[in-house]
Design a protein. Structure first.
Length: 79
């Protein structure tokens, strides 16, 4: 199974550089603070709307900067 995960350290670094809080980010993304927290802590995977919202809110940020694609090695071995 392939899944998309947020690079939380990169996002936190970006927020620090911009002097933004998670509340600021949630307002810019139009997502709830709680949802952003869940994605940051890995209890929820980012969906398409989250990815688009983050990239629109974080001017100059890139998909590769904020996200990583994880592939399950067991799935790959089974082919």
């Amino acid at each position: 199974m392939t899944r998309l995960v947020l690079n939380s350290p990169a996002l936190k670094s970006y927020l620090k550089e911009q002097q933004w809080t998670l509340v600021d980010l949630s307002e810019r993304m139009r997502f709830s603070y709680d949802m952003i927290q869940k994605v940051i802590h890995g209890s929820r995977n980012p969906g398409g709307r989250f990815v688009a919202g983050l990239l629109c809110a974080c001017e100059g940020g890139t998909f590769d900067q904020f996200f990583t694609i994880i592939e399950d090695k067991k799935q790959l071995e089974r082919g």
